[in-house]
Design a protein around this ligand. Sequence first.
Ligand SMILES: Cc1cc2nc3c(=O)[nH]c(=O)nc-3n(C[C@H](O)[C@H](O)[C@H](O)COP(=O)(O)OP(=O)(O)OC[C@H]3O[C@@H](n4cnc5c(N)ncnc54)[C@H](O)[C@@H]3O)c2cc1C
Length: 425
Amino acid sequence: MRTRITHALLLAQSITTAVTTQARDNTYDYIVVGGGVSGLVVANRLTEDKNVSVLVIERGYFDDKPEAIVPYYANSLDLDVLISPTSAPNPQLNNDTFSVAVPAVVGGGSVVNGMGYLRGSKEDYDAWEALGNPGWGWDGLLPYFRKSTTFTPPTSDAVRDFQYPDIATIWDAFRSQDDVPVRAGGNAGDGPGAYWLPSTIDGRGMTRSTARKAYYDPVNTTRPNLHLLTGHTAREILFTGSAPSPTANGVRIVSRANNSTRQVYARKEVILAAGAIQTPQLLQASGIGPSSVLKAAGIRVKKDLPAVGANLQDHATTILIFSLTNQSFPNPDTITTNTTYFAAIWAEYLANLTGPISAAPASSAILFGLPHLNSSAAASVTSTKLLSQSSTLTYLPSNAPSSPNLFLSPAVPSPSTPLTPLDYQ
Ligand SMILES: Cc1cc2nc3c(=O)[nH]c(=O)nc-3n(C[C@H](O)[C@H](O)[C@H](O)COP(=O)(O)OP(=O)(O)OC[C@H]3O[C@@H](n4cnc5c(N)ncnc54)[C@H](O)[C@@H]3O)c2cc1C
């Protein structure tokens, strides 16, 4: 049943994708490494000027599987379009290693992520600005958050039909935590609390909204100045000049199809958008990074930059599993246990674009501050340790140790300002 239905869905998508296997030219104005979220946005904006040429180098390919399109699959973690490197042992966590989810697909993380749209805390962005980046604080970024999103408020029917009945019990549990503020929405910069979680869905067809669908597909046939090269990995940034001021002017790329290598050049800039894991990796492989690390790896140092590859802060995942015996009908498990229900909701999605298949599985979230997981005193100790564990403390904002909201939630729930659709636009 599922195969037949999803096949029909894909036919209805009318996907027009020019698969590119060769860079047309050797030299472009800009080369963008990484056709993920940030890379495709930057490439789209730059090529609004038809006199500017841009090459995007993406190691992944186009993915048109249902998992990349249908909101229901948001939490399915499609391993086909991920590489999963193993982390180095973490001394703070009993030297455990972890599998790290790194996307390799046109659209990057937006093709595989959980589709939760949640802005960070105001304090986090203001800390960026405090680092010496004017305009990168909350007030400076909010207009761009609005520009990059279109808020489609759910209809009352949708709220009734999309939410499983037990969500009311879950929200009762959220509200019973009197030190967890209930926020009006997750996008006002409030920080920790309980939220309704908007999803990154394209409301026109109730499909996953990806960087590819929003920033590449609409322009790929009309902008000859934009060229996306799939299935190619950037191995090394090329430079002119030498230390202390090498200037990037090209990239050495390798084809995944046949391992052939070539070099492409940028008249203006090489822009790195290869993600949080691969951008520093590429810099280090190109001789930009901590000299001790580069020398140990046998890489010629072009610029000693200790912060490259340091200070990564990932969000931890802990899965709690409960056995529930008194769930209402339907509930999220019904999809996998009841074939009649499964067929009915797929039919509903294909006919009306409504129902559980049209929604990402997570509609609510709690972001905890450290005091929710531990006492306030213990949380202070933990945050002090977090700040002091890194030898690269100098790269944190100078106000970080005195900015408790980076680590702590407000002791008393603060009233939230109700959001209007404008906050999402
Ligand atoms: C499993 C998962 C779940 C997530 N859930 C959410 C969520 O619910 N909500 C949310 O807001 N965020 C979520 N995220 C995070 C979000 O997807 C990322 O923050 C976002 O994609 C980062 O954008 P980026 O442009 O920096 O990198 P990416 O989108 O990862 O793009 C980087 C691109 O560069 C390419 N690339 C890397 N190295 C090279 C190279 N050497 N040569 C050529 N190409 C290269 C990659 O293939 C990739 O396409 C999730 C991420 C993952 C992995």
